[in-house]
Design a protein around this ligand. Structure first.
Ligand SMILES: C[S@@+](CC[C@H](N)C(=O)[O-])C[C@H]1O[C@@H](n2cnc3c(N)ncnc32)[C@H](O)[C@@H]1O
Length: 480
């Protein structure tokens, strides 16, 4: 299919995914101002309808299973590190193929490097940026070129590790929560392995080992990543509320007595997975992507090439804090060694959560957004800074899209995987607002593929019921 034919008719095949053209949501599904709508809901709908003007909508439910990490955890290379906020290689691949992309690609929120993995499969030069040093490491390791010699050294180092005995030394960590997050002997074993890995001579092999080590931390710890943060596994929800099982008792019930052997087995298992993927040459790439640690709002500092296709998923405007969720790995992996370090990372990220807010000013103004913020019920906002997060988020989005527009070649394309969010009964339709900002900065065609609908907390459910179709994850497609 050629670039000019992006407008789809009825049902069509989008590189293996069935896509169907649909009409914008409210005109077909809602009768505006009927009595079942509360005033605030009718006002939201009116704003949404205005934003929908001129957009082409598609039922993209065929992409529903691809906008999250579910399949990635079984995909060679992508399974080296459980980056749960990632999407699938297949999704990016479908867009690259369907849109006939032949030149440079870019992911301003590289995460685990999925866009880059798909680009290199298609022999395209790619660029990626991320503020999280763990993402940059994972994306680099997964997109590295591994030679036969690297493969052999990797195999030898695995054998070395197999023979490693438990040390009686004490190992230090600056992680202030280490004693709560880990069993004492598991922590000591993890640290022993970290020092062992740091001494591996070959840089490429050392990094592979380090990613394997990072990837098992959650599994052998007392915490799990859940929702918007980390939760202790010994805190259990029961019908009558939460109960805390005493740390020592919980550890005894859940970990075997030989903790060193337990940790070693987990790392070795992960290393075998990597070895298998390398054996089948998944770790090969002809064109190596360029990946930078820093903010995408300054991506012009890192490279100056023109881009044909940007494909990415920004943080959603839902107060999810990426640094909170990766905090254990950041501390234990020595990416941060003080609260100050963590704070500077947090404020360097997109203003998608309250911890990312700094003294940065908001210069971008959007009337639709202001009208939605005006509908917030301030008594029911769980944090008084939410209006600042929402304004900051779209200010950052405006800066980014303007810069991407300038760098995109004529007729170049941008695909954005994004979810909408809600605060105090008001939906922030990020997908629609992005198309509005895109129009303002100069993008011409705008299509929206609705990939899946999202659920919300039970308190918000009733409040949002008539508008629930807007709680969704979409793929916005823009053309210059
Ligand atoms: C949804 S994830 C991207 C996942 C990625 N598409 C994948 O498949 O692995 C969003 C990423 O944006 C990063 N991020 C947040 N603010 C950023 C900023 N200002 N510049 C660059 N990256 C940022 C986060 O660290 C996170 O890795």
């Amino acid at each position: 299919m050629s670039r000019q034919e992006i407008t789809y008719n009825k049902k069509m095949n989008f590189n293996g995914f069935e896509i169907e053209s649909i009409v914008a949501e409210p005109s077909s599904q809602y009768k505006l101002f009927e009595t079942e709508f509360k005033d605030t809901q009718a006002r939201q709908l009116k704003i949404f309808m205005e934003l929908e003007n001129g957009l082409a909508f598609f039922d993209g439910s065929a992409f529903g299973g691809q906008v999250h990490f579910q399949f990635a955890s079984q995909t060679p290379v992508q399974r080296w590190y459980p980056y749960r906020e990632g999407y699938s290689i297949r999704l990016v691949n479908a867009f690259i193929k369907e849109l006939n992309i032949t030149a440079n690609t870019f992911d301003p929120f590289v995460g685990s490097g999925t866009t880059l993995l798909a680009s290199r499969m298609n022999n395209l030069k790619s660029f990626g940026v991320d503020v999280n040093p763990i993402s940059v490491l994972v994306a680099k390791v997964e997109n590295e070129q591994y030679t036969k010699e690297d493969f052999d050294t990797f195999g030898k180092e695995i054998e070395n590790m197999r023979t490693l005995e438990k040390s009686e030394n004490d190992f230090d960590t600056s992680f202030y929560l280490a004693d709560r997050v880990f069993n004492k002997d598991i922590l000591r074993s993890l640290l022993q392995f970290k020092y062992h890995i740091k001494a591996i001579e070959s840089e490429k092999v050392r990094r592979l080992f380090f990613v394997a080590w990072l990837s098992i931390i959650e599994d052998v710890s007392n915490i799990k990543k859940e929702g918007n943060g980390i939760k202790y596994k010994n805190r259990k929800r029961t019908p009558t509320g939460y109960v805390n099982i005493e740390k020592g008792v919980w550890e005894q019930q859940n970990f075997p007595s030989n903790k060193f052997h337990f940790v070693k087995t987990k790392i070795l298992k992960q290393l075998e997975v990597i070895l298998d993927d390398l054996k089948f040459k998944y770790g090969r790439c002809e064109i190596k992507p360029e990946i930078f640690l820093g903010s995408c709002l300054e991506f012009e500092k890192y490279f100056s090439d023109e881009i044909e296709f940007s494909f990415f998923s920004p943080p959603y405007c839902n107060c999810f804090d990426y640094f909170e969720i990766h905090k254990v790995e950041l501390w234990l992996g020595d990416f941060v060694s003080s609260h100050k370090d963590l704070r500077s990372l947090r404020i360097s990220g997109f203003r998608s959560n309250t911890n990312a807010l700094d003294k940065k000013l908001v210069t971008y103004k959007n009337e639709y957004l202001e009208n939605l913020i005006w509908l917030f019920d301030s008594k029911n906002l769980w944090n008084k800074n939410i209006p600042s997060v929402v304004r900051g988020y779209f200010d950052d989005m405006h800066t980014l899209l303007s810069k991407i527009y300038q760098r995109t070649c004529k007729k170049g394309l941008v695909g954005i995987v994004v979810g909408n969010s809600a605060y105090s009964g008001v939906i922030i339709p990020t997908d629609l607002l992005i198309t509005e900002i895109a129009r303002e900065v100069g993008f011409k065609t705008k299509s929206l593929f609705i990939a899946r609908h999202l659920t919300t907390s039970s308190q918000q459910k009733k409040e949002l019921e008539p508008l629930r179709n807007y709680l969704r994850e979409s793929i916005v497609l823009l053309k210059k």
